[in-house]
Design a binder for this molecule. Structure first.
Ligand code: SDX
Length: 384
């Protein structure tokens, strides 16, 4: 490469692609704000519906605004029969995150406003997507255990209804509170890979269903949203707390990445992970049997990794590390962790898409061509 070759930023590390008022991530200080509100304040005082409103409309709702928004979500929870049959025929064959992706694509066929790109229609489609992706995840969890679809109960909150549709019965308040917190913490995180990918799709003026489908497809990877399931898989293979140190040492010696640690932006503790760790420590104090082993492995691995790679390498726990053990405590199977992440992140994907469309510009980066030029075409019979 000559010295006039422009620099390439692998993975677009450190490159700014847009301006936004939705979310600030301070990777050095380990701080996160949604529309200017610290994540700790929202985690302690808000709920998913209010946080979703905040992310989409840019302000905390007054009571009538929240009631209207919650009512719109509720009236859009149910899913069409074609989507139910896709789920029913796909469970057991495709991973739940793939079924979620396919189901969202199928949803678009039912939306008469698909090609209406007015802000009003796009907000209506956003609300449908937020409501229905959560229902789809519950339906997948239900149908993969051979049980029938449970219709939404509109007397229940978003998180409470999700657990009800997943399990077929009302769950205890603490589990509902945890799931509501998970939806809040997973709702948004600036231009992470899946949000950026959905923005790229949206920048071509493809519709919001197509853009959210891109987001789901991108979230699946273990370097991104798939890390929560991968981290729990690692904890299961450790098996017993007494094996944790050997496992971590061997994995690092073999240059393996420990899922749930490290982050492109956070070079200190992910503030969301800190909130989840407090929940896990609480649960560890009362857990027994398998759950106790799991929480112990988690807490031992966290301390080991911080000692080994925290200060020295800027590799700290991220949100995906504690999510798995907590979902397990709430009775959620591992294959639903990333789909739940996707249902929550539907808010962030849509918020960034709607904001980007206000001043749309097609994403089309360059690459430096390093291959040959002007080769002579040789007919196939003459090729050696
Ligand atoms: C999410 O971006 C977001 O905002 C994402 C997210 C969101 O809310 O949307 O926060 C959600 O995706 C969180 C991240 C979940 N992924 C994981 O937990 C997977 C494990 N983590 C790594 O793969 C990694 O940390 C990334 C992918 C998250 C970030 O990687 P980068 O910024 O591309 O850095 P890198 O892979 O080049 O790592 C730099 C060095 C490497 O060592 P060297 O090759 O330079 O010797 O750090 C090492 C890596 O090997 N490293 C790790 C590690 N993460 C990085 N080593 C061991 N274990 C790890 N987890």
């Amino acid at each position: 490469m000559t010295d006039t070759t422009p620099p390439i930023y692998l993975g677009l590390e450190g490159v700014y692609a847009a301006e936004s008022k939705i979310c600030k991530v301070d990777g050095t200080a380990g701080k996160l704000w949604y529309r200017g509100y610290p994540i700790e304040a929202l985690a302690a005082n808000s709920n998913f519906e209010e946080t979703a409103y905040l992310l989409l409309y840019g302000k905390l709702p007054k009571r009538p605004e929240l009631d209207a928004f919650t009512g719109q979500l509720k009236s859009n929870r149910d899913i069409p029969d074609n989507v139910k049959s896709i789920i029913k025929t796909s469970v057991g064959k495709a991973p739940p995150i793939d079924i979620l992706r396919t189901a969202v694509s199928a949803l678009s066929a039912e939306d008469k406003e698909l090609t209406d790109s007015s802000p009003e229609a796009n907000m209506r489609k956003t609300i449908k997507l937020i409501a229905k992706t959560t229902t789809i995840v519950a339906a997948i969890g239900r149908m993969q255990s051979g049980k029938d679809y449970v219709k939404p109960d509109n007397n229940l909150s978003h998180a409470d209804n999700f657990l009800y549709m997943l399990s077929g019965s009302r769950q205890d308040k603490k589990a509902v509170k945890l799931i509501d917190l998970m939806f809040i913490l997973h709702a948004e995180h600036s231009t992470n890979a899946s949000t950026f990918a959905s923005m790229v799709t949206a920048s071509t003026l493809a519709d919001i269903y197509a853009s959210v489908t891109t987001g789901i497809a991108t979230l699946k990877g273990p370097l991104h949203g798939g890390a929560d399931e991968a981290a729990l898989k690692m904890m299961r293979s450790i098996g017993d707390p007494s094996n944790t140190e050997t496992y971590i040492n061997d994995a690092l010696a073999g240059k393996q990445k420990i899922m749930g640690f490290g982050h492109r932006v956070y070079k200190t503790y992910d503030p969301r992970a800190k909130i989840l760790k407090a929940w896990l420590t609480d649960i560890d104090n009362i857990a027994a049997g398998d759950q106790k082993r799991l929480t112990q492995i988690t807490l031992i691995a966290e301390k080991l990794m911080i000692d080994k790679l925290g200060q020295s390498h800027g590799i700290w726990p991220n949100i995906d590390f504690f999510a798995g053990p907590l979902y397990t405590w709430a009775g959620i199977p591992p294959e639903l962790f990333t789909p739940i992440f996707g249902a929550a992140r539907t808010v962030g994907w849509c918020a960034h898409i709607l904001e980007y469309w206000e001043h749309n510009k097609l994403f089309r980066p360059l690459e430096i061509y390093t291959g040959p030029l002007d080769l002579e075409y040789v007919p196939i019979d003459k090729r050696k």
